[in-house]
Ligand binder design. Structure first.
Ligand SMILES: Cc1cc2nc3c(=O)[nH]c(=O)nc-3n(C[C@H](O)[C@H](O)[C@H](O)COP(=O)(O)OP(=O)(O)OC[C@H]3O[C@@H](n4cnc5c(N)ncnc54)[C@H](O)[C@@H]3O)c2cc1C
Length: 150
């Protein structure tokens, strides 16, 4: 007699694609609400506490390139990016002569790893863009709803 062991696949309530600002926050909120959450991430692991060569807490003059950028770290050695304006294998084009350069990161935490630490509050129009220029969706809440919390 022979036995076959069949492993049961893990089943999750939610699968989040990407561990950046949006995915990271969604996984926190949903897991704290009791859902089992799997996060899949295209980039590699990154822990700013361990990876001293990439920490933003080091001054640019300690950089071997004196702060100059590279393809995957355009803002200098210590900007913590693994990504940039131009990612190998991920072609990017501008539509109809427009010029929008898209900085992308491929790492755990996404672009939260090197944002500029500016947290701008939404103005009234930001919640209702679709009603103004037809782009995106109108939020179900408006500025007056969040104003007390700012
Ligand atoms: C240099 C810089 C400075 C910034 N400064 C500020 C600031 O001061 N204030 C501010 O408000 N905003 C700032 N931003 C913008 C802000 O960081 C981004 O808007 C925000 O992080 C975007 O969040 P996101 O979740 O949409 O995307 P991201 O944080 O980019 O996350 C996307 C994640 O998805 C992963 N992914 C992509 N494709 C796949 C796939 N197919 N499968 C699995 N995973 C995938 C990526 O690897 C990445 O981890 C800055 C951005 C940059 C680049």
């Amino acid at each position: 007699m022979s036995f076959q062991i069949q492993e049961k696949p893990d089943v999750y309530d939610v699968i989040i694609v990407g561990s950046g600002a949006g995915g990271g926050m969604a996984s926190k909120i949903l897991s704290e609400a009791g859902l089992s959450v799997a996060v899949v991430e295209a980039g590699g692991d990154f822990d700013p506490a361990k990876d001293e060569d990439r920490t933003q807490l080091r001054p640019p003059w300690e950089s071997p390139r004196r702060g100059a950028g590279t393809r995957i770290r355009p803002f200098g050695d210590f900007d913590q990016a693994i990504g940039g304006w131009d990612i190998e294998g991920e072609p990017y084009t501008h539509k109809d002569g427009t010029k929008f350069d898209w900085f992308r990161s491929r790492m755990v935490g996404g672009r939260t790893n090197h944002w500029g630490r500016i947290s701008l509050r939404f103005g009234p129009n930001d919640f209702k863009r679709a009603g103004i220029d037809g782009l995106g969706d109108n939020w179900p809440i408006g500025y007056d709803d969040v104003k007390p919390y700012y």
